[in-house]
Design a protein around this ligand. Structure first.
Ligand code: ADP
Ligand code: MG
Length: 321
């Protein structure tokens, strides 16, 4: 995995009910050939691109959406016919041969787990099931259930055979959940489709996982602002991006409440509990996949581990060689 530049990081601490919005600053909407929004992976997906050839742009956007829909089918945990669902049914019992794509995303997910010391963990699925149940029935989980689930959680439970392209879970109850990385991955692939269709400038935004390709019309780059969830209209931070991605993980959009207390949909894989204390984390990186995984990881790690973030980057650099 190669990240050419140091990641930018923005962390917002606090709690309470806020709204959060990422928006594109002035200039971006001018001269766009095509802009289309669809619902994908349970969120909004907007693809904008501009090119002197409008037909080419229309074709590129259509194909980019098609690619993302294909990826959703492979990695959706809600579709029982998806490849992920099949892996989750079989890999705890025996080796399962998987597609190169599923194998490589699993491999890279393990990489993000390693560099975040398990804060990002693709095997968080059994805990997601428990907290999903809690969310539905509005009653707190049993401590024993969490203790039990924790036994099957841990990226070290995944055994990969790169020659056979097979996956095996060392614990029969282990399951994988690509919710913290698949959106970023899909954004990168959509951007690749735009590029292979000859598009040089555009934006792909899937629920706050954004790739900024080239530049905005008449500008040197894409300027993407992160709005203060506490003060409407006030910018907290802005990123100037060219051929770079940003991703935000937060508890302002996806969360649930029990007894007036807010619980995040991001779970600490080491304690089994939903994360608290941070409203949002925004990471800018070379790939949307990396930004997605690391924004989730840093949301788990919290601000106290700030010195660690340099370490994450260092390890990225180490892996380049
Ligand atoms: P969003 O889904 O809002 O884009 P994230 O990218 O941070 O937010 O991903 C949250 C999703 O990632 C959860 O819905 C779940 O599927 C998965 N997840 C939750 N906790 C973790 C974790 N510690 N490591 C990896 N994936 C996680
Ligand atoms: Mg994420």
């Amino acid at each position: 995995m190669i990240f050419k530049k140091q990641p930018h990081l923005f962390i917002l601490k606090g709690c309470g009910i806020f709204y959060f919005l990422i928006f594109f600053l002035a200039g971006c909407s001018q001269g766009l050939s095509v802009k289309e929004t669809r619902i994908l992976m349970d969120t909004f997906c907007e693809i904008s691109c501009y090119s002197p050839d409008r037909d080419k742009a229309v074709r590129a956007v259509g194909e980019a959406f098609k690619e993302m829909q294909r990826i959703e089918k492979v990695f959706s945990k809600f579709d029982e016919n998806s490849e992920v669902s099949k892996i989750n049914k079989i890999a705890g019992l025996e080796n399962i041969k998987v597609s190169g794509e599923a194998f490589r995303l699993t491999e890279r997910s393990i990489y993000y787990s390693r560099i975040s010391d398990g804060a990002f963990d693709v095997t968080v699925a059994p805990l997601m099931e428990i907290w999903g149940f809690v969310r539905k029935h509005k009653s707190m989980p049993d401590k024993d259930d969490i203790e039990n689930a924790l036994k099957s959680v841990g990226y070290k439970n995944i055994e990969l055979d790169s020659k056979k392209l097979s996956i095996r879970f060392l614990n029969k109850d282990t399951k994988i959940d690509f919710g913290g990385i698949a959106k970023g991955y899909a954004v990168d692939r959509a951007k690749d489709v735009l590029v292979s269709n000859g598009i040089k400038n555009g934006l792909v935004n899937l629920g706050g996982n954004i790739f900024a390709l080239g530049n905005a019309p008449g500008k040197k780059n894409w300027k993407i602002g992160v709005q203060d969830p506490r003060k409407k209209g006030k910018l907290l931070y802005s990123f100037e991006l060219t051929d770079r991605a940003i991703s935000t993980s937060g508890n302002y959009e996806r969360f649930f409440e029990i007894g007036g207390k807010r619980y995040s949909h991001i779970i600490n894989p080491l304690t089994g509990e939903p994360c608290q204390g941070i409203i949002s984390v925004t990471v800018a990186l070379d790939s949307a996949e990396g930004a997605d995984a690391l924004s989730t990881a840093i949301f788990v790690m919290g601000e106290k581990k700030r010195p660690y973030f340099g370490k994450i980057y260092q390890r990225h650099k180490d892996s380049d060689t």
